[in-house]
Design a binder for this molecule. Structure first.
Ligand SMILES: O=C(O)CCC(=O)C(=O)O
Ligand SMILES: [Fe+2]
Length: 283
């Protein structure tokens, strides 16, 4: 997206007067995720006004660039001996509501997990190194140049966040994270490989088959449906969701801002593994 298009988008946002109201996820109607090709065309105030306040997702085309690079082998060498909790997803053959266990955690050195990834058994056994806190596992300093750049151009608004959490995700191509939303502002940074992501704005919530609050194993910010493999016989209301959903590919070096309340289903594609970092920014 060029600046002139961003200006047009801005006019649209202001026209519709879609200002932030954290309690009013459901009143907003927007399903357009613009892409900006140069992160340097943003600054935190601009980003705040058009995206954070408007609750509009944004696809950033060049989080990584000539100056800011990510060296996979070096990264793996640095984390090889760290023990990390790998998720094993269980009972995937059952509908999500009938599972008694969502996942269990297996502690292993990263280099052991890497062997499983390379040998394809990570996909076969549904093993995903998911949501590993980068502070707790001494990973944050290894990617500081990347997260600094994100904060410099987008999220760095002094003390405006009550908390920022950062997580590492490494998994095999073919793995899908089920449809869910997060309650914070999120930014998914793709460091290696490609993910395909389906986004649904919050006003789709009534038709998305969210998990009932009384379900024991899965929280209500998950959906029992899939948009990547929709079953319209089982979930007929998805016919209202599909027209307002959109799917984009997040390639290595790109980032996606996911506003609070936006549903997303995330699948790793390509022929090897994916590495992502995400950040949750709490208001
Ligand atoms: O990358 C994934 O598998 C899931 C990421 C996600 O849900 C998020 O960034 O909020
Ligand atoms: Fe998420």
């Amino acid at each position: 997206m060029k600046i002139s298009q961003l200006e047009q988008f801005r006019a649209e946002v202001l026209n519709q007067n879609r200002r932030a109201d954290p309690d009013e996820f459901f009143t907003q109607v927007h399903s357009n995720c613009p892409i900006i090709y140069s992160i340097k065309d943003l600054d935190p105030e601009y980003f705040r006004e058009h995206f954070l306040f408007g609750r509009n997702p944004l696809h950033i085309g060049d989080l990584l660039s000539q100056e800011i690079k990510f060296d996979v082998l070096n990264f793996f060498e640095n984390i090889g001996n760290i023990n990390m909790p790998v998720r094993e997803y269980l009972e995937l053959d059952k509908p999500i509501l009938q599972r008694t266990n969502y996942c269990r955690f297996i502690d292993m050195k990263f280099k052991k997990y890497l062997n499983l990834l390379n040998g394809a058994s990570a996909l076969r056994k549904n093993l995903y190194l998911a949501q590993v806190n980068t502070e707790d596992y001494s990973i944050a300093p290894l990617i500081q140049n990347i997260t600094n750049q994100l904060d410099y151009y987008c999220f760095g608004l002094g003390n405006c966040w009550s908390k920022v959490e950062e997580y590492l995700w490494i998994g095999p191509s073919g793995h899908t994270e089920p449809l869910h939303y997060d309650r914070t502002h999120g930014c998914l940074m793709q460091l290696h490989g490609t993910k395909t992501i389906t986004l649904v704005p919050p006003q789709g919530t009534p038709d998305i088959y969210r998990i009932p609050a009384e379900a024991m194993t899965i929280p209500p910010w998950f959906s029992e449906a899939s948009l990547m493999a929709p079953d319209l016989n089982k979930h007929p209301l998805l016919k209202n969701i599909l027209p307002i959903s959109q799917t984009l590919n997040l390639n290595a070096g790109q980032a996606l801002y996911i506003p609070p309340g936006w549903w997303h289903e995330v699948r790793s594609i390509g022929n090897s593994y994916t590495i992502s970092i995400n950040r949750f920014y709490w208001e």
